[in-house]
Structures are given as structure tokens and as C-alpha cells.
Write a protein that binds this ligand. Sequence first.
Ligand SMILES: [Fe+2]
Length: 481
Amino acid sequence: MGSFVADRFAPVRRELVELNLDVRGVIPDWLDGRYLRIGPNPVADVAPEEYNWFTGDGMVHGIRLCDGDALWYRNRWVDSEVTSRLLDRTSPDERGRSALHGPSANTNVIGFSGRTLALVEGGTACAELSDDLETVDVCDFGGTVRGGYTGHPVLDPETGELHAVSYHFGRGNTVQYTVIGPDGRLRCKMAIPVQGSPMMHAFSLTRDYVVLYDLPVTFDPRSATHVGVPRPLRPLAQLALSSIVGRVRIPPMILNRVPRIPAGRFPYRWNPDYSARVGLLPRSTSNPAAVTWTDLGRPCYVFHPMNAHNDDRELVVDLVVHERVFDADPLGPTEGQPRLERWRIDLVTGSLRRDRLADEHMEFPRIDERRATSTFRYGWAVGGTDDVSGEHQLLRTDAAAGVAARRDFGNHSAVGEFSFVPSSPAAPEGDGIVMGLVTDLAESVTELRILDAQSLEDVAAVRLPQRVPAGFHGNWIQQPH
Ligand SMILES: [Fe+2]
């Protein structure tokens, strides 16, 4: 089993602000905004043999770039009731704001509708952050999205709408599809029937379809009651949870008050009895039963699609596929070898074809997001080893040619997700830079690395005042003008 509190994952203990940052190279002067990266960083000590990477309290690291300079670095824990108590500071609840129970948001950080949002899945509350990364409120889109949101919404570049699929074990064999308008307000909400209580980390969006991944990692009452419930009471708690999950749909008003799973063991496990299938919901329908499901044949799990698109004949999705997760190792995604695949679904017959696009380990796939929901050419992903904790390369993929460029930072390095930023709003696809955090584990130093998006050669690097633990997702948030 992996340990997710040691080495590259070891949490940091200080919240810093640093205004004097060393820069190598030349930061493009058209970059005006913040690069934000979020990940788990437990406030309290945790038991390494029980701690699941996905359950740690969220911490956001940010670097502000403007006029070719790096103006600041800062890092802040995302507040929740738990983190506020542990950090001995006023909780969002006490400030008269909405409920932020459980561990804090740790999965993704995005800009949307003029706000900075720290996101997480599974029913834990998301948070709105200030420009300086302080937690200012719960993010539930004005109370319209209750019971949690997702770490992976998809912004439709054509409409400016934010689409999402959210799951929570209290939703009673459904997942919730929502569309938020550019004004930050709910436009559409639908409860879509699934086979049970799957962990649906992400979904895909095309011009005409919502693509649902109903895969065999499902809620496990045994894991859910292992941490935080006294041993003599666990059988009773497991029985109670088993009788609720999939049978009772908790009313939305109450979902926000259902106790969150405490930090520690993740309550979702590989389920060999659960069919792996992919569903297509037409975006034009208001009928949640209109999903067309296709069986995948052999089981797998998907955390991260790269992109998806469709024409009148077929739907194509490129995505990173894990053979298996959370089976032998309940602490993190260390089993199986994640590989980039292309799934082609015939929109007439419903048949599905799976092709592997590259032989090497790959994760954290990203694109030029102006191409989201459409045909596309370029992708960027981390890889380099067969071990989730050993990624030291950045790969550029070509939709027609697989891996097309590679940048190796060395075995002593830990490479996080890289985000693409176009050189101008009208620049051709893939014309710009990619940026992400790279840690030199030997020197215990993290830099924001800015690379040419095509050649992956250095453009600039900003040295941060502390090591940043390996985490989840990051994004460039352009300064509004
Ligand atoms: Fe993710």
C-alpha cells in the first residue's frame, strides 16, 4: 500500500506569504493572473496506514504573475468546521455563513463567474475563496446545489455554462447533473438513475451529450464506519448505512447536514459485482431516464477524461483508464497502470470500441480548454513511471499520433498537473505555454515551471519559498479586466 503523508506527499505546516520571489527566464508579459494548485494537506497528524490521499484537508498554493513579474506566493488551508477548529481560527459557521462540515475541499480550484472556487466531490462542501485565497463562503451556487458538487465540472466554451455531475451516498442510486449559467445561477438540475452508489469522479461533455461513467468503485459501509465509529458500534452503523444507501434518498435540505466522512479511510472501494458501463444523456432532453447505457465488457475505472466530442454518427472520448483502483490498496490509486485510451461509441448501434493510444503510464490529462466538447489535437499529461508516486515527466500528446513530445525533469523530481494557457484569446490551438509545479525532491524545492506548450522547453521558473506536497489539480485564473 502507498503512504500518502511521506516523501513527496508530506504535508507542510505553515501558511506563508512571500513577495520576493526568484525568477529564472522571462515570464511572458501577457500572463496576468494567478496560478492556483490545490491538494490534500491534513492539518492534524494522521495514521499513515489508514490515511487515504483523497480525504486530507485541502490547501491551496497560489502564485500571482503580472507584467512579466511574480508578485507573490501564498498558501492557505481551505476552511471547514474541522480545519477551523484545528487551526484555532473562526469557522465559516461562526461567521454566519453556511455549513462547511468535514474535511475541507481539496480536489480542484477554478475561476468561474468572477469567483475563485475550491471544489471537491462526494458530498463534502465546496468553498469560495478570496483573491488572496482566504475562505469566504460555502460554494453551493446560492443554495441551489445541495449535498455537495464535484471536483470536475466542465465549462462549455460555446455557452459559458458550467456542467457537473455530483454524487453522494445519500442520493439513493442517482447522481445529480447540474448546469450553472455564466451568471453563477442554476439553470438545470436532474437526478439520473445509476446502478448503485458509484464514485463518479468526473464525466465528459460533448456538443450534444453528457457522458456518464458508472464504474465499479462504489460506496462501502464497512470502510465508511471504520474510522470515527467505536469498534463495538461498527456492525450496527454498517447495518444502518447499508439499509439507507441506494434505498433512501435523503431530502436535499438535509443532505447538507448529513455528517461527512471523517478524514482517514475513504468509504469507496472496488466492487467486482458492479457492471462497468458508460451512459450518454442527450443535452436536449429533460428526461433523466433518456440515458443510453453501453456495457464496457471488462471493468476499469476512470478519474480523468481528456476530452470528448461527437458528430451525427459517433461519440469519441479520449481518457485515462485504470484497470483497477481501491481494491488491494484502499489508500490511493496505486493499482493497475493508467493508460490513455480512445472510446468510440456508435450513436446508432450503441456499440463501443476501445483503443489504447499510448503504452506508457499517464495521468492528469489536460487540453487547450477552448477545444473542450469539440475535436482537438493537443493534450498534456504527467507520466514517466508505472508508479503513481513517481511521475517525473511531462508529455504532450497528439490526438493522431499519441505521445509527441516529452520533457523529463529527472528521477529526483515530482511533476504535478500542467495547465495550458493560450498566448492570446484568438491564438491557434496549442499556441501558448503550459505551467505547473515541479519539486526537486533531493533539494526539497518546488518551482512554478512555465514551458513552451509545443516544445516543452523552459520559458521561465519561479522558485517558491517552501516545498509544495504532491496534490491534485491546478488552473491559471486570468485577472479580470
Ligand atoms: Fe481529479
